[in-house]
Design a protein around this ligand. Sequence first.
Ligand code: XUL
Ligand code: CO
Length: 441
Amino acid sequence: MTAPTRFFPVSEPLKYAGPESRDPFSFRWYDKDRVVLGKRMEEHLRFAVAYWHSFTWPGGDPFGGETFLRPWMHGSDEMALARAKADVAFDLFHLLDVPFFAFHDRDIAPEGKSLKESNANVRAIADIFARKMETSKTRLLWGTANLFSNRRFMSGAATNPDPDVFAYGAAQVKNVLEITHELGGENYVLWGGREGYETLLNTDLRRELDQMGRFLNLVVEHKHKIGFKGTILIEPKPQEPTKHQYDFDVSTVYGLLCRAGLEKEVKLNIEANHATLAGHSFEHEIAMAAALGIFGSIDMNKGDAQSGWDTDQFPTNVEDTALAFYEILRAGGYTTGGTNFDAKVRRQSIDPEDLILAHAAAMDVCARALIVAADMLEDGALQRAVDERYAGWDAPQNKAMLAKDSSLDAIAARVEAENLDPQPRSGRQERLEALAVSYLR
Ligand code: XUL
Ligand code: CO
């Protein structure tokens, strides 16, 4: 660990102090070594701090600019500021004792006058990360390229009508994928920031989908070429910034992957706030990805019930979070994925300690939710109710209907021969909702 930067008011990592603790600089539920379902909490949850919201966002909104006045955002030597930012970032990782972080290329280093210069800047900061990671426990959950902030990407990257922008985006991804690989990253994320359209009047949908499919294949081919063993993840989002994004939700991305022949190669990074913007619950998106065999990782940040945009708030609701972790546990837990806080403090939370306390509180919500979810799973009553509901499918004549050699003729003949007269049975929703809530603590 390098010397602390003294940006934060504490220098010792937060420790578990139990649910009764009134010390805000302690964990009440996140007890990293506590064993849950045979695995340490830290290994279950695999927390990651996102570089962009905590260290790069200045606190602006559509009506006002910067509120945070972070010291590393002000000065003329941009690379010196990027190095100072890296110091503070690794201090926060240390204080929170998190196993992972995640970044976009443009979060960690300034954009240069050419792609070559930009890539060199990213590499210089990545070299600093590599040195810091020799003594820090924090590893890289994922890297990603920002293909949406610069005005060249206003009409998309892979789906841009201008092939030069496609080329520029591809070259940028190559650099970040290679750096992610060199830093031992466990995943590489593609969020289609502006892969969508504003109006059909200027859009050739088929071309854009073909371009996107080829772009994804180029990334996967390069992954194999350089020997990156991590997972390529796509992060669905329905809209914002574009009116319609091609990666709308889990099911839509599955369709895109099948069209590109990549459903066995690419998995999904599911964000809570994106799920709700798409009109789904977070647990729906996780369960759908698991059912389709493409669950990878999550961005753990919620929206605001009253506003229809991506507010990126830290999770505070144990019940919702428990339902999400229940689906993650049912899916077998993470492999290369993790719980990334793609979340930002509110723009009035201007104190350095707010950054620490926001993450700590969210880690506690997730830890508590994990315990509840583990109880749900271990007790098994919820699963038994589901199994009972489908038990009829175990009978041989019913299994046979789903076999390749079944036919409408045979099924219709059996309905007649057996005089089938199906009687509806209760879905028992309220009973199961009461059961689910009974695990809360
Ligand atoms: C945007 C968003 C991104 C991705 C990575 O809504 O979630 O920060 O997580 O590009
Ligand atoms: Co995200």
